[in-house]
Design a protein around this ligand. Sequence first.
Ligand code: DX5
Ligand code: ZN
Length: 227
Amino acid sequence: MYKIAPSILSANFAKLGEEVTNVIASGADIIHFDVMDNHYVPNLTIGPLVCSAIRPVTQAEIDVHLMVKPVDRIIPDFAKAGANIISFHPEASEHIDRTLSLIKENGCKAGLVFNPGTPLSYLDHVMDKIDLILIMSVNPGFGGQKFIPDALNKLRTARQKINESGRDIMLEIDGGVNTGNIAEIAAAGCDTFVAGSAVYGAGKNTDPHRYDSIIAALRAELAKVSK
Ligand code: DX5
Ligand code: ZN
């Protein structure tokens, strides 16, 4: 029931197709796709063209994490590019309910993303439209940052809200996840784990890049958690 979602932000961009197929062949479940615009966050990454380029190389779900402002204009482009899940930061949208509807009208699952300083109260009136809650355990913009422990409290609260809603909503964590903390993150109620530098960093000295041992190590930690 736990899903591992490597962030391709830390992959070798010169070999992106291979990096996607190798990480899935190594046991990962979902491809996490970080979109940054040098406006909402101080970094610039990849867009719908790259999403459509990797779409044919994998059957895995592509989980598009939009760190862009404005949000709405780019949503249909990502849906056409083959995204399965699209999530956005509430501060980046003028009309959260409308943006969630737009994602769903375009045939994708919809998610809201919470920065370390963003309250979960943004969920209050839109739970019925949400398929994914993404809790940031770093400030968005860069891979390789340190996990902020308060994210564990937020996960517990979000899990409670999901249980109360009775809906099937994914609860995802993003930032600083590794073998040393994934078990406590799962124990706090998380079911989907983004890991960028921990996964792609671990395979970078193998040729071809393989990620079996790091993904097995993450799963071994998850196996210790009793639910
Ligand atoms: C940060 C991104 C993350 C990042 C995670 O803004 O949203 O997905 O790539 O990288 P690590 O796992 O290295 O913290
Ligand atoms: Zn992300």
